[in-house]
Design a binder for this molecule. Structure first.
Ligand SMILES: [Zn+2]
Length: 91
C-alpha cells in the first residue's frame, strides 16, 4: 500500500423499486455507491468523489450518477452514504 493516495470502495445498497430499467423495463434494482477517498497510511482522511448507481437485477444494466434522475439519486445518496459508513474524521 502507498503511504498516501486514493482508494476506492464499493458499497452495496438495497434491492428496491425505484425506476423502470431503460433496457428491459424491469422494476427490481439494487443500488450501490462508489466512494473514492484520500488516505494517509491507510487511514481515510476525506472523500474525493461519491457516486451512486443502480443495477438492474434482471439484465444487469447499470445507471451511474448523472444518468439517474436527481430525486432518486439524492435518495440513494442519503441511504448509501449515511453517517454509519463514514469514519469519525469525516463530517
Ligand atoms: Zn434491465
Amino acid at each position: 500500500m502507498n503511504i498516501y493516495g486514493t482508494q476506492g470502495k464499493l458499497i452495496k445498497g438495497d434491492v428496491g423499486e425505484s425506476l423502470p430499467c431503460p433496457s428491459c423495463g424491469n422494476l427490481s434494482q439494487r443500488n450501490f455507491g462508489v466512494l473514492r477517498y484520500f488516505h494517509l497510511y491507510g487511514i481515510p482522511l476525506f472523500s474525493v468523489t461519491k457516486k451512486v448507481g443502480i443495477e438492474c437485477m434482471q439484465c444487469r444494466w447499470v445507471l451511474l450518477d448523472k444518468q439517474i434522475p436527481e430525486e432518486t439519486r439524492q435518495e440513494i445518496d442519503t441511504k448509501i452514504f449515511g453517517k454509519k459508513y463514514l469514519p469519525p474524521l469525516w463530517s
